[in-house]
Write a protein that binds this ligand. Sequence first.
Ligand SMILES: Cc1cc2nc3c(=O)[nH]c(=O)nc-3n(C[C@H](O)[C@H](O)[C@H](O)COP(=O)(O)O)c2cc1C
Length: 151
Amino acid sequence: MAQIKILFGSQSGNAQNLANVISESLTNAGFDSPVLDMGAIDPENIHDMDYVMIVTSTYGDGEPPDNASEWMSYLKFNEELNLSHLKYAVLSLGDSYYPHFCQCGKDFDEYLSKHGGHSLVQRLDCDLYFEEQYPEWLSGLIDVLKNKLQE
Ligand SMILES: Cc1cc2nc3c(=O)[nH]c(=O)nc-3n(C[C@H](O)[C@H](O)[C@H](O)COP(=O)(O)O)c2cc1C
């Protein structure tokens, strides 16, 4: 079964819960989609991952949640990385009250792309009403994955 790994960065549980809900939808669509805590996985493992979805919130002043900070540093400060094997999608959670809205998701998208990763769909930046915002995006992503992985 085709696999897409869901990596979450979350401080107070929203992104973690959403990652689990998305995993259920992907499983129903026929994909193996394990949910992984970024804080529990060494970022070097990204070299063994083909399809990845990052679901992350933003904290502080546009910073990653604590459990995503090591991944962010790895992608930001390793100039030599080659991620041309990687297909990825980013879903960011944030709050437009803050000046650096969804900055963590924007940064992940920027660094993954800078290192040669291929974006499967345009990143989705969600506000506090993310439960209304993500389903349409997810259904577009599932269509793309079906085309790529279930040919
Ligand atoms: C102290 C604090 C700082 C935050 N800073 C930002 C921010 O800079 N940018 C943003 O878009 N959202 C910010 N948020 C909003 C969170 O990203 C948002 O509530 C998200 O849904 C939390 O998801 P989580 O529970 O997975 O961590 C902040 C929230 C808190 C409580």
